[in-house]
Design a protein around this ligand. Structure first.
Ligand code: AMP
Length: 216
């Protein structure tokens, strides 16, 4: 299975992709996670990306495409993959498509997670993560057992810089301008399926499993 999870930030793609990657035994490639890892390790790529990320802007295509292609070439991706947060621009989608073509492969499906904007803002505002193990919580839907503390590491959770209120609006504007055109892009190619992203994690998960078991 070669699948893309497309949708606005905070819609629940990351949470659902963990589950789907395990269920279908495919690696999950999250460009956001890869970039944050590079920022934490203070690599030159991380240093280049950090400013864009903190401002809620997209990291330049060339950087992200290189990162993804390197991953896709690894042996673990030969039998499928789940892309979370990539592509985010038409250029990235075009590059992905020619990369797959060069390698005799194609995409099976693009799942577009939809959710009203008010709900998106609410979900992002309540997102917290563990600085150590990177586990992601949501204060309402996936709360930690102990207030503000990671269940696994027992240390205080943090809020991502780009999840702070002043950055959320610009991320949503960037999504609308640069990523939303991909809905039509993949619809025109006949591989887009829309998923209602509202409700509990379990409810979305159930809808997603049904969707993935059906023909496109
Ligand atoms: P995410 O965790 O997917 O919300 O990504 C966090 C941030 O990483 C985004 O706001 C961008 O700055 C950057 N980023 C992640 N994926 C991409 C991508 N495909 N293209 C450009 N920038 C990205």
């Amino acid at each position: 299975m070669r699948v893309i999870f497309l949708g606005p930030p905070g819609v629940g793609k990351g949470t659902q992709s963990e589950f789907i990657a395990q269920k279908y035994h495919i690696p999950k490639i999250s460009t956001g996670d890869l970039l944050r890892e590079s920022v934490d390790r203070q690599t030159s790529l991380g240093k280049e990306a950090k400013g864009f990320m903190d401002r809620g802007e997209l990291v330049p295509d060339i950087v992200v495409i290189g990162l993804v292609e390197e991953k896709l070439q690894s042996p673990e991706c030969q039998n499928g993959f789940l892309l979370d947060g990539f592509p985010r621009t038409v250029t990235q989608a075009d590059e992905l498509s020619s990369f797959l073509q060069r390698n005799g492969k194609s995409l099976d499906r693009v799942v577009y997670f939809s959710l009203p904007k008010t709900e998106i803002v609410k979900r992002i505002s309540g997102r917290r993560s563990c600085p150590e193990c990177k586990a992601v919580y949501q204060l309402e839907s996936i709360p930690p057992r102990r207030d503000g503390m990671c269940d696994v590491c027992g240390i205080p959770l943090i809020q991502r810089n780009d999840d702070k209120p002043e950055t959320i609006e610009s991320r949503l504007a960037v999504y609308q301008e640069q990523t939303e055109p991909l809905i039509k892009y993949y619809k025109n190619r006949g591989i887009l399926s829309e998923l209602d992203g509202s409700g509990s994690v379990a409810a979305v998960q159930e809808r997603l499993v049904v969707l993935l078991s059906q023909p496109r």
